[in-house]
Design a protein around this ligand. Structure first.
Ligand code: 5AD
Ligand code: SF4
Length: 526
């Protein structure tokens, strides 16, 4: 930990006295007594600076520091021996990957994983703040876990991830959910050994949330979910400041990992037999823009990925604004760079896009799509769309519908706008009734389903390559995997094909998946 981190840590740390050993009774007392409002308010004024959009906009690039020296302190290496952990993950792939890191750290501390809450000695909720319903789910789960905590006072219950970067959430947990032992933010994951130890021995709630924009901690241990596909972070944070989005506040500023670290990680995964990597970032196209010492962009990184002997490379998620010609050129080389591109558009109306601060127009987006399709004629495009942004008119919504048709998206994640505290859009008055928003979402989904169904239908009687991931959840005799274009395929085939790329002839198309029969051949070349 450096001096700066030490200072940041002091911002929100509550009563950490590892020598002050607590008992089960202390825990019960804490859960039953609620901390007073004044105490919390005073605490926040003195110690905690919540993520702030104005400050966030003035972020300085040079503040990012790289750390390669993570290790579990000796006195914590065996703290979990004979104990079990459970991490429940909400939200995006970034969170899923953070869970793999936390699982890695806990495993190195001697803990074993369990999927049974009754068996767990530590339960962490890795939360998502992107929409209100994601937050409601987490508060529901915190409530459900209270009887278990009362029954097992030594259980450590922790809340981490994006919600814990929000002052209002931390406040609410401190006031109303005293049975939560530990709250820590997205910049504090590497501090997990210390935080667990503090939670074990402290009588009070342990809260550590750094509002700092974040460093890059390399060499964190990971327990990956499976041995076929892997997530690889290439950058953290977001500096785009779309007016509806909480991410720039919860995940800090854009900061890129060094290319050599990413390349080494992917090479290592390939050597271990992984068949697919997905490069992760909130806005991968901004990769490298923060390097002060060299010109190296996302296109350059993808070009280096192209040279690595791993069959499939995906990336998520892209911002149309930063999707440059060099990247299109590199992706057109094909090979292990797949021709499925997820390109969130959010709205088809230039006026709404302006209010969203997306920094491109409908025409810019369509022009980019034309470029991609020209360079990669078979490209499949998918997207994210928000309906019911404040004051969206019927005509503006119709522009979204026509754009969906014009581009021919084969799938889309669609959402009703959800106001997030602290974001500029949340301060706007909104004249669109909830019922109208729901209808718009319904109409949009009908259109997306229709387009997805049609694209699926075009695969009937064709042969596709599938990376076989395992048995289907519904029927163990059926295997399941994904095509290069990320279509789910269920088919009958030998179990020995799990973990391999095989050819499957499609016999039947459904709206969101394909059924088929394996053609006796393994294809595993780039
Ligand atoms: N309300 C609704 N959807 C949102 N998204 C991000 N913020 C919000 C919000 N406040 C959607 C965007 C983004 C996806 C990950 O979630 O479409 O691309
Ligand atoms: Fe949020 Fe994505 Fe916009 Fe960044 S680019 S602010 S993560 S929607």
């Amino acid at each position: 930990m450096n001096e700066q981190q030490r200072k940041e840590q002091a911002q929100i740390k509550q009563d950490n006295h590892p020598t002050d050993v607590k008992s089960g009774k202390d825990n019960i007392d804490r859960i039953k007594s609620t901390t007073s409002d004044e105490m919390i308010a005073k605490y926040f004024q003195a110690n905690y600076q919540p993520p702030d959009i104005n400050k966030a906009r003035k972020r300085r690039k040079e503040d990012v520091q790289f750390h390669y020296d993570f290790s579990i302190p000796e006195d914590m290496a065996n703290i979990g021996k004979g104990k079990k952990f459970l991490i429940r993950t909400y939200g995006c792939q970034m969170n899923e990957h953070d869970t793999e890191v936390m699982a890695g750290i806990l495993t190195e501390m001697g803990y074993e994983s369990t999927s049974d809450t009754n068996d767990a000695d530590i339960i962490l909720l890795n939360t998502c703040a992107i929409r209100e319903n994601a937050e409601n789910k987490v508060f529901g789960e915190i409530g459900h876990l209270k009887p278990l905590k009362l029954e097992k006072p030594d259980l450590i219950l922790g809340v981490c991830g994006c919600m814990s970067q929000e002052e209002s959430v931390v406040n609410r947990i401190m006031k109303k959910h005293q049975h939560v032992d530990l709250i820590f933010g997205t910049h504090n994951i590497h501090r997990l050994p210390h935080l667990v130890k503090d939670a074990m021995f402290s009588k009070a709630q342990v809260v550590e949330v750094w509002s700092k924009e974040g460093d890059i901690i390399e060499n964190l241990p990971k327990v990956r979910n499976g041995k076929i596909k892997a997530w690889v972070n290439i950058m953290y944070g977001c500096d785009k400041f779309c007016t509806y989005c909480i991410v720039p506040m919860t995940r800090g500023k854009e900061r890129s990992r060094r290319p050599e670290d990413i390349i080494q990680e992917v090479r290592h995964l390939a050597a271990q037999g992984y068949k697919e990597v997905t490069l992760l970032g909130q806005n991968v196209n901004a990769y490298g823009k923060d390097f002060g010492d060299m010109e190296y962009t996302f296109g350059d990184l993808m070009d280096d990925m192209h040279k690595i002997d791993i069959p499939r490379v995906r990336f998520t998620t892209s911002h149309p604004r930063d999707f440059d010609d060099h990247l299109v050129e590199v992706l057109a080389k094909g090979g292990n760079l797949l021709d499925h591109i997820h390109l969130p558009v959010q709205s088809g109306s230039s006026e709404v896009l302006k209010r969203m601060n997306r920094k491109y127009t409908r025409e810019d987006y369509l022009e980019l799509v034309r470029k991609i399709k020209k360079a990669i004629p078979n490209a499949t495009l998918t997207t994210d769309i928000i309906v019911g942004f404040p004051n969206e008119t019927e005509e503006q919504f119709e522009e979204t519908m026509t754009l969906v048709e014009e581009v021919g998206f084969e799938a889309a994640y669609t959402f009703i706008y959800s106001p997030r505290e602290g974001t500029p859009a949340a301060r706007k008055k909104d004249d669109v009734p909830e019922e109208v928003k729901k209808q718009r979402l319904y109409r949009l989904n009908e259109l997306v389903n229709k387009q997805s169904g049609e694209s699926m239908k075009s695969y009937e009687n064709k042969t596709v390559t599938v990376l076989v991931e395992g048995e289907s959840k519904k029927d163990p005799d059926v295997l399941a995997g994904y095509t290069e274009k990320n279509k789910l395929v269920n088919f009958k085939g030998p179990k020995s094909s799990i973990g391999h790329i095989v050819e499957v002839k499609i016999t039947e198309a459904k709206t969101w998946s394909l059924n088929g029969e394996m053609v006796e051949k393994t294809v595993e070349v780039n």
